[in-house]
Design a protein around this ligand. Sequence first.
Ligand code: FNR
Length: 396
Amino acid sequence: SNPPTLFSPLKIRDVTFQNRIWVAPMCTYSADNGHLTDFHLVHLSAFAYRGASLTIIEATSVLPNGRISPQDSGLWQDSQIAPLRRVADFLHSQNQKLGIQLAHAGRKASTCAPWLGERGKATTATEDVGGWPDDVMGASAIRWGEGYPKPREMSPQDIQDVVNGFRDSARRSVEAGVDVIEIHGAHGYLISSFLSPISNQRTDKYGGSFENRIRILVEIIKAIRGVVPSTMPLLVRVSATEWMEKQAAESWDVESTIRLAKLLPSLGVDLLDVSSGGNNEAQIIAMHNDCQVSFAGRIRSALFEAGIKDLLIGAVGMITEAEAAKAIVENGQPGKKDDTVQIEDEQGSTAKADIVLVARQFLREPEWVLRVAYRLGVEVQWPLQYGRGQFLEGSR
Ligand code: FNR
């Protein structure tokens, strides 16, 4: 019998993923002046060699002042390429793919790593602990909340520097052998804060209307597409909603995300990774286990209804069980330009997403892909070095 969609390969542009399970980006506060360290090699490899078909490196800053903390990874200078290449080489030796999330933290920059600041609270990283509180910038000069530095409103030159930073970091990613780039447009970091009419109060061409608020993201996408090969997949992560519908007359909500999503394929974006929240201290999150996954489903359906089938959707958030992961992507394979075939059941596609991204479950169980395969009775290749174990184990 055919394997479930979860374990069937997916090709995006020229990159083939073994399955539909990806590791979501996770900050580890373990870089050395932006350079990846041994910790990153071990941490990322643990997922990849046990079967995650794409492992995405944590938010990696395109400029020094775009780091969330002084210990964040970065790609603003050429010396940061070599340690990244080391990770890419190892993942490729295991037949897996490496992604990187390129980011700028905006007004949420220069904070302390969670275990260095005040417990459970954001703490500004001052200069004596390597921070840059006087060089924090945002769409507008509005502080995120208590514990965060006061940002300056970005000048047109600051905006150009950020766009160029994304472009140059994308070029360095390609040089290092990275397979996939994700743009971090979620969680209240720089791009996310431009999208929202609450955090973006600008009166120039980067603020006001929807078109103006998405302009920086569009410029970043174009800049990256201009320097990466056309064979390389490009992903965008957004907060589907900033969870301010009840508190504000106008905010970034799921309708805004759908509107944005419709524009992405023609810009060369292949997949929208659907997260939520993080842009507002006043957010009220109607949290249930399925909430972000259902946003993904809503966005995917809206695209299908509009006849747009060339933007893949990634679901993330509280996915911990094999059956749930299977159901999210089962039977849903939109026609991706010239490669995959459209498969729909009688009601049309039942899938909420094309890919599941998982973060915390991989921290609990780095071998989660192997466990899911075992639960679902799917035969997958173990790491070669474990082949004898697989032989003794029998067929799975
Ligand atoms: C995260 N998350 C995150 N998101 C992101 O876009 N960039 C990042 O660098 C990070 N960093 C990060 C660190 C850690 C330790 C965690 C747990 C999470 C969010 C993450 O990618 C994911 O969206 C959420 O954790 C929800 O998925 P899970 O954990 O429920 O599978």
